[in-house]
Structures are given as C-alpha cells and as structure tokens.
Design a protein around this ligand. Structure first.
Ligand code: SF4
Length: 449
C-alpha cells in the first residue's frame, strides 16, 4: 500500500504533516516520492493568503490527474484550505474524495482507507480539538532539525489575518509534553529544535498553571544530553514572537544560556500608528524602538529578525517613509517583507483606500533594496570570527552548506564551508567550528578550524 504526501505551507503545517506521516507508517503504509505509484495521495494544504490558497488548489488539481492516469484510488485533502472554504471545497473540487480540517488530523489513518470516509468532509471546531499527544509518532522531514510546536491557534485578532479562524484560539501544550517530545527528538539525533506557534511569546498564558515561554526554555536547557549519549548540546531557537508579549524573562533566558540562540524573531508588520491601529496591533513605534534597544542592551550579540507588510489599506507615502526610516534605524539582521494580500473574508477588506498593487510592489522593492545594503554591512562583522555551523548539505567535493545559530532554517541566508584544506568531509547534520573568511549580502563563507 503506497502513499504520497505533499506538505504545503508553514513550519506548523510541516509538524502536522510529519505526525500524519508517523501515524500512517504506524498503520502500515509505505511512502513513495513518486505520486504515480501511490494508491492514496494526501495534500496537506495552506490558505494563509490568497496566493497560498491558489497554490494549494493547483497542487490538488495536478495530483488529481493520477486518479486518471496513475494508480491513485483516493485523494485526501487536509489542513487550512478546507478550514477556510469548508464545504465549498467538496463542490468546487469533485476530484477530492475526503476532506479533513485542522481539527481532524488524528483521523488520517482511517480517512485514507475506510470506505465510510468516502466523500466525507470532517471539519470539527478547531477550538474543541485535542492538541498533539506528547508521544505522537512523527517522521521528520530533515533528520537533524525539528520544529517543536508549543501551542496551536491564536487569541489575537489582527485584521489582515485568517489564522484564528483556521486554527482557533490559542491552546498551549503542557510543558512536560513539550519537554518529553524534545528529549525524544534530541535522543534521536536532532541538533536544532525550533520552537513554533502562531504567537510563541504568548505561550502558557492560557494554561491554568500560568507558565510562560522562559520557564519552558529553562526546562528545555535542563534536558541532560549526556544521558542521551550525546556530547554536543542542541540549539534551541524561537520563531514567531509578538511585540505585545515579549517579557523581560524571555530576553533574560536567551541572554543566560548558550544553547538558546540569541535570535529574536519579532514580526512588527508596520510602525505607523494609524496603520497599526487598523491592523489591530496594540503597540506604537516608540514601544518597538524601546523593545529592540532593550534586547540589544541585555544581549549584545542579539540577532534581530522581523517581518513587515507593505501596501496595507490606507498606507500613505508618509506612513511608508516612517517604515523605511525605522528599518534604517534599527538595522535588522534579517527582514521579511510581504505585500498585503486582500480577501473578502478578512476584516481589513472593509477598510477604505486600498493600495494599487504596482505602488505596493514599488514599496516592497524599495524596502528590500534598503535591507540588502544593511544586511551586507551587518554580515561584515563576522569576517575573521569563529562560528559554530550546523552542516546541512554537501554541494561539491570540498564545499558544504550549513547555518550558524544566527541563521534560521528556510528564511535566512546560508553559510558555505570550504574543506579543500581538510583530508576528510563533514558529517551532514553535525556541527563544525569555522572561521569566516568572506561575507555576502545574506550568506557567509569560511573554512573549518
Ligand atoms: S498574532 Fe499572528 S497569527 Fe495571531 S492574528 Fe495576528 S498575525 Fe494572525
């Protein structure tokens, strides 16, 4: 029984796909990378923005062709696309046999095989669904890097964001479940654990025990790696923080433990007070300046990443200039820029003065070119420095690619390691100490030491 699974979207969706894969392998399925060979095809979808929803539909239609030409008997669609468009999906995509919403992943083993699931649309209320059990079987996409989902859903209501509708209100996992899963992953050879949620820095404030992210991180660094037959401790990284929920204890934790990457991923989205108000973000530009200054004061080697939306309804030239000035002032190490993506099921859709795509695109390019100059200069400070690199890929006989603890997976630059002077290669998934010999706009270059 062969199965092909296509995983789309974000890191949190990747975790869901890895757990579905674990459950299906436990149920006896063999996985193939070739959809033509598969009796069953599963597409775990994304619909965060219109473009992602369209990509999901295109992939579903492409894979549905294997029901005509290949061996595919059942096409199962899971995740955020059915959650956003609900029953509409079954009528608009007759090729699909079974639909599982974000609250029904645990039914995957039955959905791919049981006759009674044919033409079923299983969309339980995301607010009522169970969180992943700590011993959920999981099949990692990358054996040495694991996303650790610490909570599901979001209790905030940014006007441009559909996630609370797709994933429900925030539900934090129990800290002991997260620590147990992390221990299992570390024992299995994982060298980087990336903590993810919709709003990681709000972790725990929905739990009766009222724990928080810094307490969780203290418990994670307390995991005794030497009891797990390991010499080097893994890295822990936190993504998707929120300016409204950054506590001093979180900054303190990252300042106090070498295992915790001093990497601050805090999407600000914008800085103009008018735009922030219409986005439903409750902070002001001065709060952000104070926050990033506070972080840099307490963690001198802090690496700052943020994300910004340009072209939000009502964004004036003055608003945009304010944003540009902020980026020039703070000089982020990493910056992600998105063009506002409209949709009639968003609160922001009803705002006046939508920005023409061409103007929004110009603003996107202007911000990215400003950032490219900043990033090039920022990277120069690493020349001659020794850094620890997680080796990820062999590119050539004497060339490997990896990342340092200030480069997050999939979104930041890479580090290239030249091993020409070494008699042997490097272990993929292992750490190597390297001296930086050259830097580029986003990437670094160096030799092992
Ligand atoms: S905090 Fe993030 S996930 Fe939550 S509503 Fe805002 S943008 Fe969406």
């Amino acid at each position: 029984m062969k199965l092909y699974l296509e995983s789309l979207g974000c890191a949190r969706n990747q975790v869901d796909s890895e757990i579905m894969t674990g459950r299906l392998k436990k149920a006896g399925w063999t996985f193939t990378q070739d959809p033509e060979e598969a009796e069953t095809i599963v597409v775990n979808t994304c619909s965060f923005i219109e473009e992602a929803a369209q990509e999901s539909i295109d992939v579903i239609l492409e894979l549905a062709e294997y029901k005509k030409e290949g061996r595919c008997k059942r096409l199962v669609v899971t995740g955020c696309l059915p959650e956003r468009y609900r029953e509409e999906i079954l009528s608009s995509l007759p090729e699909v046999d079974v639909i599982l919403g974000t609250g029904a992943f645990e039914q995957i083993a039955k959905a791919v095989r049981e006759p009674e699931y044919a033409n079923m649309c299983v969309l339980p209320d995301p607010d009522l669904t169970e969180l992943q059990p700590q011993d959920a079987p999981r099949d990692l996409t990358v054996p040495h890097v694991a996303y650790l989902k610490i909570a599901e859903g979001c209790s905030k209501s940014c006007t441009y964001c559909i996630i609370p509708k797709l994933r429900g209100k925030q539900k934090s996992r129990q800290p002991e479940d997260i620590v147990a899963e992390a221990t299992r992953l570390i024992a299995g050879g994982v060298n980087e654990l990336v903590l993810v949620a919709q709003d990681t820095t709000a972790y725990g404030n929905d739990l009766p025990t009222r724990t928080n992210l810094s307490r969780l991180m203290e418990s994670l660094v307390d995991i005794r790696v030497d009891d797990l037959n390991r010499k080097t401790p893994p890295w822990f990284r936190v993504l998707y923080g929120h300016p409204e929920s950054i506590e001093n204890s979180f900054i303190e934790a990252l300042a106090s433990h070498g295992q915790l990457c001093s990497y601050f991923d805090i999407p600000v989205q914008h800085v103009s007070s008018g735009i922030l108000k219409h986005m439903g973000r409750r902070y002001a530009k001065d709060d952000l300046y104070r926050l990033f200054n506070r972080i840099r004061k307490r963690v001198p080697d802090a690496v700052l990443r943020t994300t910004i939306i340009v072209g939000f309804p009502g964004e004036t030239d003055e608003d945009f200039q304010e944003l540009l000035q902020f980026v020039e002032d703070v000089r982020f190490d990493h910056l992600g820029v998105f063009i506002y993506s409209d949709s009639d099921d968003l609160a922001s859709h009803r705002l006046p003065n939508h920005i023409p795509k061409a103007l929004a695109t110009d603003r996107y390019h202007e911000l990215m070119s400003t950032q490219s100059g900043i990033s090039t200069e920022n990277n120069r400070k690493y020349i001659g420095k020794a850094v620890q690199v997680l080796v990820e890929e062999s590119l050539d006989k004497h060339l490997f690619a990896g990342r340092t603890n200030f480069q997050a997976p999939e979104v930041d630059g890479l580090t290239y390691i030249n091993t020409a002077k070494m008699p042997f290669g490097l272990k993929i998934g292992g750490f190597v100490d390297m001296r930086v010999t050259d830097t580029m706009e986003y990437d670094l270059m160096g030799e092992p030491i």
